[in-house]
Design a binder for this molecule. Structure first.
Ligand code: 5GP
Ligand code: MN
Length: 339
């Protein structure tokens, strides 16, 4: 990581002052950390008088749409030309919460051909060299926490107002499951303490993110746990799956299954969980683990994905049934009795 490096600070600041327009971009299927980190920098740069735009490769859940600045985000799948024009005008593109081109989804080709200077801020392992400079800490709770430290190290904390703080807090809270995992570094709490001093209402933020679901989403969770959870005590593993038909039955909207993958981890002896969600042209996979089991390796070796040790995702072009069968067949290879 290049935190206290004076050269890094000088380079970033001369690029920022020399650039007319800044783009803040995150990964496909944006989550709280993706939106939080991008909107935090959006407010920060706007406060500094810079022109900047947030672009996301595709849409994101309603429970993040209350965030200040959310209405200004350009969604590539809804406004392709506008997104492309903004990107081509930009002097700097921030790559937030991702580290390889595929994570930009359908936006990848446009991103790769853009001339802008690229600055990566991220906490995922194994970064590619797609950025010109990078601010990376794989031990950090979230990219949003790193955005705070980025502002602290390169800029002007006085320009980070309560909107900046609320966006950063949302990112840290959602990437740690409300400080349940990925949150054992004291540094995270130093940053949180500074955010509270900026005047955020943390209980309001929690409520906006976690207490805003529909009744049918709650019933879908009950259905998944009752009818769709399969446990393999011999492997300390479990999975939940959801088909297109089941999603329709429960009036599924984007984000409704967020967090479902974590529930089986609270069963004694279960430390690896998969969640399979059928979509029109692929199956989306989520993996979570407790302890040493490396879901990043499992996802990248078998399901064209990646992530962190304890939280990863991937994709399958096979049917949901075949995808589940493949997962079940892999368990004996990856999970030995003494792990
Ligand atoms: P989720 O299961 O919440 O979608 O993702 C969990 C973690 O895995 C996140 O850190 C996310 O960035 C990463 N992740 C999810 N899907 C993919 C994927 O298809 N490819 C890669 N490389 N990472 C993913
Ligand atoms: Mn993240």
């Amino acid at each position: 990581m290049i935190t206290d490096n004076l050269r890094f600070k000088k380079e970033v600041n001369s690029r920022i002052s020399g650039s007319e327009e800044i783009v803040l971009l995150s990964h496909v299927n944006p989550d709280g950390d993706a939106i939080g980190s991008a909107l935090a920098l959006y407010h920060y740069f706007r406060n500094k008088g810079k022109k900047c735009t947030v672009i996301m490769p595709n849409d994101y859940p309603d429970y993040l749409k209350w965030l200040p600045g959310s209405d200004e985000i350009i969604i590539f799948t809804k406004a392709k030309n506008e997104a492309e024009n903004v990107l081509n005008r930009a002097g700097i593109i921030f790559l937030l919460d991702f580290n390889s081109p595929e994570r930009a989804g359908k936006f990848m080709d446009i991103l790769l051909s853009a001339d802008a200077f690229k600055i990566m801020i991220d906490h995922h392992p194994d970064p590619t060299d797609m950025a010109d400079i990078a601010f990376i800490d794989t031990l950090s709770s979230s990219t949003s926490e790193l955005v705070y430290r980025f502002i602290e190290n390169t800029g002007d904390l006085g320009m980070a107002d309560s909107d900046v703080a609320a966006c950063i807090y949302t990112g840290i809270m959602s990437d740690t499951g409300s400080f349940n995992y990925n949150s054992s570094q004291s540094e995270t709490y130093r940053v949180l303490s500074e955010l509270l001093k900026k005047g955020i209402d943390k209980d309001y933020i929690y409520s906006m993110v976690y207490d805003n679901f529909s009744e049918s989403r709650m019933k879908l969770l009950g259905y998944c746990l009752n009818e769709k959870m399969v446990v393999f005590p011999e492997y300390g593993a479990a999975y939940i799956s959801l088909t297109i038909e089941e999603k329709k039955r429960y009036n599924y909207i984007r984000g409704d299954s967020e967090g479902f993958v974590n529930y089986p981890l609270s069963i004694k002896g279960v430390d690896f969980v998969a969640f399979f969600m059928e979509n029109d042209d692929h199956v989306k996979l989520s993996f979570r683990s407790k302890g040493k089991f490396d879901t990043n390796v499992f996802a990248s070796e078998n399901f064209n994905g990646g992530g962190h040790i304890n939280a990863s995702g991937g994709e399958s072009k096979q049917s949901i049934g075949d995808t589940i069968n493949k997962f079940v067949a892999l368990l004996p290879q990856y999970i030995t009795k003494d792990t």
